[in-house]
Write a protein that binds this ligand. Sequence first.
Ligand SMILES: NC(=O)c1ccc[n+]([C@@H]2O[C@H](COP(=O)([O-])OP(=O)(O)OC[C@H]3O[C@@H](n4cnc5c(N)ncnc54)[C@H](O)[C@@H]3O)[C@@H](O)[C@H]2O)c1
Length: 368
Amino acid sequence: MKIGVSKEIKKHEYRVGITPQCVKAYRNNEHEVFIEKGAGIGSGYEDEEYKNNGAIITEDKESIFDSCDMIIKVKEPVEEEYELLHDGQIIYTYFHLAADKKLALTLMEKGVTAVAYETIELPDRSLPCLIPMSEIAGRLAVQEGAKYLEKEYGGRGILLGGVPGVRRGTIGIIGGGVVGTNACKMAVGIGANVMVLDINAKQLAYLDDIFGSSITTLYATDANLEYTLKESDLLIGAVLLHGEATPKLIKQSHLKLMKPGAVIVDVSVDQGGFAETSRPTTHDDPIYIVDGIVHYCVSNMPGAVARSSTIALTSVTLQYGLQIANKGIEEAIKQNDAIAKGINTFHGKCVHPGVAKSCNIPFVPYTT
Ligand SMILES: NC(=O)c1ccc[n+]([C@@H]2O[C@H](COP(=O)([O-])OP(=O)(O)OC[C@H]3O[C@@H](n4cnc5c(N)ncnc54)[C@H](O)[C@@H]3O)[C@@H](O)[C@H]2O)c1
């Protein structure tokens, strides 16, 4: 296959679809790889590194979209890229089509095979290409929260780890899944007091086993939530109900329970956010203050650490990309159910029930 990688043009997106190491893997399987000039720069990969691993560096995006069988990206095509889409092309990237009907219809109209990272699903219902980004966002949540607790940004001026003779800060984590567990690791690491709340007792037991006495686990009742709001210097939103909007657990009236200058990092903002007062922000303007509480609500947190994120993402996407390239899309779908679940549009039809339902377009089960 001819594999193409274009430079991401979405605002503040510095990740890239494949690393030079991935190029080597595709080349070892006898595929050709075309990389748009400068595509890896944001993640610290020079054209030379791609070239040394067997890629061909191409000046323009158009020829990549024109001639390659599969385009590997990170973010969904943005409007300027729509005219580059065409029949028979495979695009392998994050799409989030459930929230983007216009793009779903465009992909169908153009006859693109859209393989979405976020819907590739294993038999245990886990989403292998989403997990690494949640791991990164969870770890970053503590780092960012610690920064915005600084007085300069409107925070309480609290050092989360404390110092001898000074009390440690408290971090409340709401939702103990992938984001929550990774936030927990960092929170324990910097020596803060940590409380984790979840509605899943099994998950709380798991966290209790892993972290022992260094954290407190609490069932997410209203009373425990209010207690956590009062105690926390940093509150992290890490709640998810699969396929649904995030429940608004924190009402605006709850903010007055919190300490002035406390920070909310709402990681779940990409699904609507766990606080009534959350609204998506960007890396160039990440925070705002409501009722004295600093809100950090960046919806693409992993973009801040583009190199780590690119390595984490491509480590999981490579295996499915290789299977598609080696077997062809139809055989890969037949042989691997996880890949089949990743297909969102195929031959002009929407073949993913969740996307069809959310976009209110007809669902047509996949057939070859
Ligand atoms: N902002 C970003 O850049 C970014 C990056 C990655 C992930 N995310 C988002 O972070 C959120 C969490 O993702 P995840 O991978 O950790 O999901 P996950 O499914 O692994 O964990 C979610 C947890 O929330 C718990 N939960 C559900 N309802 C709850 C409630 N009412 N009270 C307390 N806990 C509750 C679940 O039991 C589960 O343990 C998602 O919305 C995801 O899209 C955002």
